[in-house]
Unconditional design. Structure first.
Length: 401
């Protein structure tokens, strides 16, 4: 081009050069292989991605027959026939569509590719450009996914068989445990029931001695009589607790509306009447409705309020609180006191039969009450736990399922 060329021709040349530069940048930077052939099936474009995928340099393949270069021998004739068939057809079904076939690398290895073929505009006779993507990694991933899916399915089948066997074993074991529990409850009930008669007799004889103790001059003997009567009374309370536990397992449960606040006030009023205290107060809402067995829930509330009352006996004031709050979408009920409290390291013993955290010389009791409460709460599908600090009181929390 010379300075005498018309300005319009110069602008066209500049635009053409800029367009070719953009095209070259796109081809050179593409992640997919771009291969162009002329009307004689000779390679005229082979970009860097094609060099990396097929293992040929550009100098090795420019001008070479495409079929002889990257098409496996068994497929070369079919490739040539396809090119001839579509060269003069603008509506060939494979032009512009996605194809998957096997290609050949420089080292002779074969690998799966996906390609899209388009006719090169401005080339006469017609040439074609193919954009080619290596499917090796995709196929390996698909194979791994398929293997993993098959392994997962096999694991699922094996797990299903194991679950079936485990469920049957659990069913059998559960049936055995239920039968053993029924036998144990029947035995406990029988023992507790049968102990009542001799205990009543012993208490009767000792009471008779106590009544006619004018003949007993020895102060030590009178002390022994009192000790025997206290032990008999304690044993009677324990047998009553065992009977209550045994009966609880047999007692059918009904669900209807109950009011924990009303139950707490009733238990508190009874305690205040039996053991008047100058400064005693129950803080409870006007109503605290729940669904459950009213009779069983009355025992739960009464026992917790009685415990709070008992362990507040040595405090200047008795403060008992009944309330509830939501925790992670679940209603949690609680009974709180400001009494003696207990050491949390022994909290695991709270709900076991005959387990006590205080000496009988400090606070009387049998160790049955909280075990009974825990069973009633469990029968309602709930759970019970406690938080406490020595000298600062205790709080018992429970849910009802």
């Amino acid at each position: 081009m010379t300075p005498t060329d018309p300005p319009s021709s110069s602008a066209q040349v500049d635009a053409l050069m800029a367009s070719e530069a953009r095209y070259r940048d796109i081809v050179e930077s593409a992640f997919d292989a771009i291969v162009t052939i002329d009307h004689e099936n000779r390679i005229t474009e082979f970009n860097p991605a094609a060099q990396q995928i097929f293992g040929f340099s550009r100098e090795q393949v420019i001008g070479r027959d495409l079929a002889e270069t990257i098409i496996p021998p068994a497929m070369r004739e079919a490739h040539r026939q396809g090119v001839r068939r579509h060269r003069n057809s603008a509506t060939a079904p494979r032009i512009g569509g996605r194809l998957e076939l096997i290609a050949l690398r420089a080292d002779g290895s074969r690998f799966p590719v996906e390609l899209t073929v388009s006719r090169v505009r401005g080339m006469d006779p017609a040439g074609f450009t193919a954009i080619i993507r290596d499917l090796t990694q995709r196929r390996e991933t698909e194979a791994l996914a398929k293997a993993a899916q098959e392994a997962l399915a096999e694991s699922g089948r094996a797990l299903g068989a194991m679950n079936t066997e485990l469920e049957e074993r659990v069913r059998q074991r559960t049936a055995q445990l239920e039968e053993a529990l029924r036998e144990l409850e029947a035995f406990s009930y029988s023992i507790a029931h049968d102990l009542r008669a001799p205990l009543t007799s012993i208490d009767g004889f000792v009471r008779s001695l106590d009544i006619h103790s004018e003949g007993v001059k020895d102060e030590k003997s009178r002390h022994y009589i009192a000790r025997v009567r206290a032990s008999v009374r304690h044993m009677s309370e324990m047998t009553d607790g065992l009977l209550a536990l045994a009966k609880l397992a047999r007692q059918p449960m009904r669900r209807e509306q109950a009011d924990l606040a009303a139950l707490a006030r009733s238990a508190f009023d009874e305690l205040r009447e039996m053991e008047p205290r100058a400064d005693a107060r129950l803080d409870a809402p006007q109503a605290l409705p729940v669904q459950g067995d009213p009779t069983l829930l009355a025992r739960v509330v009464a026992n917790l309020v009685q415990n709070a009352w008992k362990f507040s006996a040595r405090m200047p004031a008795t403060r008992i609180q009944l309330g509830s709050h939501l925790s992670e979408g679940e209603t949690v009920y609680f009974v709180r006191d400001q009494g003696a409290g207990f050491d949390m390291q022994y909290a695991g013993r709270l709900f076991k039969q005959f387990q006590r955290l205080h000496a009988s010389t400090e606070f009387e009791g049998t160790g049955i009450g909280l075990a009974l409460v825990q069973r009633i709460v469990s029968r309602h599908g709930g759970r019970i736990w406690a938080q406490a600090q020595v000298g600062q009181g205790a709080t018992f929390f429970f849910t009802l399922g």
